[in-house]
Design a protein around this ligand. Sequence first.
Ligand code: SF4
Length: 363
Amino acid sequence: MKTTTAKRKIQKTLLDWFDREQRDMPWRGSRDPYPIWVSEIMLQQTQVITVIPYFERWMKSFPTLQKLARSREETVLKHWEGLGYYSRARNLHQAAKRVVKEHQGKVPDTYEQLIKLPGIGRYTAGAILSIAFDQREPVLDGNVKRVLSRLFVMQGNGVPSAHESRLWDTSAGLVPAQRPGDFNQAMMELGATVCLPKKPLCLVCPLQKQCEAQLQGKVDQFPAPKTRTPAKKIEVSAAVITRSGKVYIQQRLHGGLMGGLWEFPGGKRKPRETEEACLIREIQEELGISVTISKKLMTIKHSYTQFRVALTVFWCPWQSGRIRATQCEQWKWVKYEDLNDFTYPAANAKIVKFLLNSSGAFK
Ligand code: SF4
């Protein structure tokens, strides 16, 4: 770590740069912990440009923590549709309820209390405490990690947890007592707009004279490239079952992956099984009915964090049999015009879009 004078120089230079260059964002400038919290949760794994319209819609519908706590989970999830990682929305909702019940509706201002709330980890607690409550707490997200690793030529030594811990210590040692929240935001802003992963804009970087990687001509070596395991590929068949102008949808079990979201029935293909045979077997197992496939509608490819899905969708007008869905929370026959009232995983949302654009061809 640098000397106190060098640290002060970094702090001042970065804060001056932030005052000049920070991007306009609807949550910036506020000291209200609730919108700061919402923005920090939305920004996890999602870019600012994507988050802004979601944030504005969210604050319009749930302007206070109390309003959020009183809202139905289905409504909350609908506001998150398209952002992915739905557990973030569910946790935020649960945490709002806890704050209302246990803290008289006031967001706690201590690390110990914040960290107990669902969905709040060390990063989010640090962001809320520094930005909303002016406390000298560090943050460490992907952007800050990259900036720190270049600024101080920090490389992992094969023990990821030890490296992470060193980065946290470094971040904590750098946060100033004055304007800690602005400093943390400046670090994140620098990582997002200047100290970019592939081609950092060192020539316009305010810290180029303090940056060890730049001074040593080793920027491309920091941070060390990650070894990624290739995402698993899953092949799924799904059915659009229609009956008298309505479509069958079912709600995924709470607690599981993408729990509580709605989907079209179907499942994973077994080795050497055809897409059609897979669908007929899955529908028999899941709903207890036999379906006849009328038409293949499309194949959707979608990448989630841990896996890639190839989802083949078939149109199966209902013929006979009583549905006994056993592997879902609940199921419904829904009119086409009401399909958008439900929240779907990204790949299923594409099916809904397709159906709504099909001018009733598959009723
Ligand atoms: S000089 Fe380059 S590598 Fe160093 S912090 Fe600035 S942008 Fe990043």
